[in-house]
Ligand binder design. Structure first.
Ligand SMILES: Cc1ncc(C[n+]2csc(CCOP(=O)(O)OP(=O)(O)O)c2C)c(N)n1
Length: 511
């Protein structure tokens, strides 16, 4: 039971992200279910299976001025994968309920995962029926989903292998819920092709026991160089659009060499430069290309990229160019336990993890709400994720915390840690030209002045604050022992952050 329906839907989203299967949410009629809308959009944009069951009034009460009665048909527009209307109990056969349940489970997972809306009408007295009147859910009611693998035909696979074999190429892995074998296979493919992999923090490639020697983590930095970059003959892009705007800008300049791999849905390619997409699931494509044993790129190709990446990393290691967020990300990367789950919020948190995390052998499962990149449901998503994966962590900005403070309510029942980066409002805008505008503080940075410590008191949650150093490392190591999402506030000086980012980007331009 979560009283704020907006929070409940994001909680379910967090559960579905962490658990992998569809999660059902139920709410009463009227504006209650309208509060699900932002989570429904996120689930739709990022293919997360949710089943949203809204209670409604029967047809005879619609458009009559009846209390708490609105038009709920297709309430979420084009975002759900399916919309199902359920007449009041008694008006339809019991077997219809069962078939609707199966259909909803199926449609939330195939052909493209996402939300399904069931609008269920009820007549008064709106009380549970007697046990005898309730349809018995059959034991074998669950849907067995045989999801076919999408892979290219032998002919198109042969043509693709011939196109990339022996050529200078780059693999880009954007965010995605890839199957478990993907990181190892794509890294083996990169080794075979002797090409670099630009790995988004939400790709799952940066952390884990697969070979990571081809993975570049400083692309957001070195790609800012004025001197240009080595020109690839092909770029295979798996998953969603990369977080880094710098990487996105580079992809936009690649032109016809860009080959996005997408099983179904939208083209993940805002630059509009790709001429076609490869319709395939990522793992079978990577495995099939590996099987073809394509020739490696000419000598020095991979080494050139590795040196650029090393140069980017060295800049960040230099105190003159090191933003405070880099210290924070490094502490997290070194302190979170093996196999930890980490939700990363928009906008500075995900950008900082992208720019400053370097990877590690221990597993770290990073997720984020990057389908629509809202800051509205981050805390609830963390609570939901943590209910599935006890001992999880969230990393969010202070505005994201304020926006979704109600997420702290279900946070009382989970064992997890919420790291709040408090830079006094929307820190991201302080790194943009907007900072020069006279209305910057009021309309862009929008500081709230709210104190996370007082929120912790209100919601009866444990709280601590630390600088991004050994104290924070110790707090993280000691975290997640007792129920109640612990708030760890890390204060970041927004002006220092801006000065260091500016110096870093200038130094990167001169690389
Ligand atoms: C619901 C919603 N409202 C507004 C925005 C626009 N927006 C993007 S980033 C951002 C600032 C986020 O501030 P904070 O959570 O403190 O993180 P920071 O970037 O400062 O680290 C805003 C308002 C959004 N993404 N989602």
């Amino acid at each position: 039971m979560i009283v704020d329906e907006r929070s409940a839907a994001f909680y379910a989203l967090g559960q579905a992200r962490a658990g992998g299967g569809p999660v059902a949410v139920v709410a009463t009629s009227g504006t209650a279910s309208a509060n699900w809308h932002p989570a429904v959009i996120e689930a739709s944009m990022d293919n997360v299976p949710l089943i949203l069951v809204s209670a409604d009034r029967p047809a005879e009460l619609l458009q009559t001025g009846e209390n708490q009665t609105i038009d709920q048909r297709r309430l979420f527009g084009t975002f759900p994968r399916d919309f199902i209307e359920l007449p009041p109990p008694g008006d339809v056969l019991h077997s219809y309920y069962v078939s609707v349940g199966r259909r909803a489970a199926d449609k939330s997972q195939w052909p493209l995962m996402g939300p399904v809306h069931i609008n269920a009408a009820f007549r008064e007295p709106l009380l549970p029926a007697d046990a005898g009147d309730v349809p018995i859910w059959p034991q074998n009611a669950h849907t067995i989903i045989a999801r076919p693998e999408i892979k290219p035909s032998a002919a198109s696979l042969g043509a693709l292998a011939a196109r990339i074999s022996g050529q200078r190429g780059v693999i880009v892995c954007g965010r995605g819920s890839y199957p478990s074998g993907f990181p190892r296979t794509v890294c083996d493919l990169a080794a075979q092709l002797e090409c670099p992999i630009i790995a988004d923090p939400l790709s799952g490639l940066r952390w884990g026991r697969h070979r990571r020697d081809r993975i570049l983590t400083a692309a957001d930095i070195f790609m800012r160089r004025d001197g240009g970059l080595p020109q690839p003959a092909w770029v295979l892009q798996f998953g969603g659009v990369p977080t880094s705007r710098t990487v996105q800008g580079w992809l936009g300049r690649i032109g016809a060499a860009l080959l996005p791999v997408v099983p179904a849905g939208d083209w993940p390619e805002p630059s509009r430069s790709a001429r076609a997409v490869i319709h395939s699931d990522p793992l079978p494509l990577a495995a099939a290309l590996l099987d073809k044993e394509p020739d490696p790129a000419p000598e020095d190709w991979a080494a050139d990229w590795q040196s650029l990446d090393a140069a980017g990393r060295e800049l960040v290691a230099d105190d003159r160019y090191r933003p405070p967020e880099a210290d924070l990300v490094q502490v997290l990367e070194h302190s979170l336990p093996d196999g930890a789950w980490l939700f990363v919020g928009s906008s500075m948190p995900i950008r900082s993890v992208d720019a400053f995390s370097r990877g590690r052998e221990h597993e770290l499962w990073a997720i984020g709400n990057r389908g629509a990149s809202g800051i509205d449901g981050c805390v609830s998503t963390v609570a939901g994720m943590t209910s599935c994966r006890p001992g999880s962590f969230g990393l969010v900005g202070d505005l994201a915390l304020c926006h979704d403070m109600n997420g702290l309510l279900p946070g009382r029942d989970v064992v997890g840690t919420l790291i709040v980066v408090n830079n006094g409002g929307g820190g991201i805008f302080g790194l943009l030209p907007h900072r020069e505008r006279p209305e910057f503080e009021q309309l862009w940075r929008t500081p709230t002045g709210l104190q996370p410590e007082k929120m912790a008191v209100l919601f009866d949650l444990p709280y601590a604050t630390a600088a991004p150093d050994e104290t924070l490392a110790q707090l993280l190591t000691d975290s997640n022992k007792k129920p109640g999402m612990r708030i760890l506030e890390v204060r970041v000086d927004a002006e220092l952050s801006w000065e260091r980012h500016k110096a870093l980007w200038q130094a990167a331009a001169n690389l």
